[in-house]
Design a protein around this ligand. Structure first.
Ligand code: CUA
Length: 345
């Protein structure tokens, strides 16, 4: 009989069909498997600090494993001592022995151990003395709840995009981080440590990707209702590929059908589409929106259906978003806007 068809009151042993395997043993195995799956899911490589794809992240991961190893040794020693205290011989110790134990175990060992960890940790601090010119400068402005991203091109002009970061592999990228409203924090776990984006000041962070791929950056400081929906894909390209991408992003948008519906609905009051509508800069730049991977700063994959849902009920998908609903537009106008946006490659 198939397992899923047994009456629920069948004794577990009967349908296990294997001598020596008990229901509890199986449940235990299953729980372990489920736990492992959950644990592994938490370690998906695109947002894992333990799967480094950058210089700083690799150093941080090494520090993590080093500290974990030291912690494990300390844990074993103290657990061993505890077990010995419970099971070992009960004869009283001399006062001298007790004093020594307290002195070495409570003063000498923690002092040396913590000092060693401090030295290793300090060695990983960025050294500003050797800071030279970065290969790329990127201005990142965090806003509730999205990312304004502007690349400094070689001629000094800025190329603005939003909610998706592209970087050349093996190059040092310097991020100038700020915010327009509250404190946010810019974090790409596989590439390096996080840094706050604070209104009224500019924090500088450098990262050097070492592996091509697509990663996930997040906001790491609670900033309001949709803090958890303030993410961005990070694409690390081979250098030539990155330059081609940046050159393409620098181009104005190509005229596309549906533009009249976009204008009539007033989208241009908040969004810039370079070459087509250059008035509003409140919301994300949409010049090459159709080439992006997600909608609403990493909230949904960019698909036609998701984009239509987003126009109808942005607040439902992302609470606290400033984007108004366009549910009252006639369907054909909304569809025209969706087609127009998808064409903005
Ligand atoms: Cu922005 Cu949390």
């Amino acid at each position: 009989m198939h397992k899923s068809c047994v009456p629920f009151n069948t004794p577990a042993r009967e349908y296990m069909g294997q001598a020596g395997r008990t229901w509890t043993g199986n449940a235990c195995r299953f729980s372990l498997l489920a736990l492992t799956a959950v644990w592994l899911a938490g370690c998906n490589t695109e947002q894992s600090a333990l799967h480094p794809a950058g210089q700083d992240a690799a150093e941080l991961a090494d520090l993590f494993w080093f500290m974990t190893a030291i912690g494990a040794v300390v844990w074993c020693v103290f657990m061993g001592a505890a077990v010995y205290a419970i099971l070992g011989k009960k004869a009283p110790r001399s006062e001298k022995f007790a004093d020594r134990l307290v002195f070495f175990g409570g003063v000498v060992f923690p002092t040396i151990g913590l000092a060693a960890l401090l030295v290793v940790g300090l060695a990983l601090l960025p050294s500003w003395a050797e800071a030279d010119t970065p290969d790329l400068r990127v201005h990142v402005t965090a806003e509730q709840f999205w990312w304004r991203i502007a690349y400094e091109a070689e001629d000094g002009t800025l190329v603005e995009t939003a909610n998706e970061l592209h970087l050349p592999n093996g190059a040092t990228a310097e991020f100038a981080l700020t915010s327009t409203d509250v404190i946010h924090s810019f974090w790409i776990p596989p590439l390096g440590g996080k840094m706050d984006a604070i209104p009224g000041r500019t924090n500088v962070l450098r990262l050097e990707p070492t592996k091509e791929g697509v990663y996930r950056g997040v906001c790491a400081e609670f900033c309001g209702t949709s803090h958890a929906l303030m993410a961005f894909p990070v694409v690390v390209h081979e250098a030539g590929e990155f330059n081609a991408w940046l050159e393409q992003q620098r181009q104005p948008a190509r005229p596309a059908p549906g533009r009249e519906a976009f204008d009539a609905a007033g989208c241009g009051a908040c969004h810039i589409v370079r070459g087509i509508s250059e008035e509003g800069a409140v919301g994300p730049d949409l010049t090459h929106f159709g080439s992006r991977r997600t909608i609403g700063a990493g909230t949904l994959p960019l698909t036609e259906a998701n984009l239509e849902d987003w126009l109808i009920a942005p607040e439902h998908i992302k609470p606290g978003v400033r984007m108004p609903s366009f549910a009252t537009l006639p369907d054909q106008d909304r569809e025209a806007i969706v087609q127009f946006l998808l064409e903005l490659k």
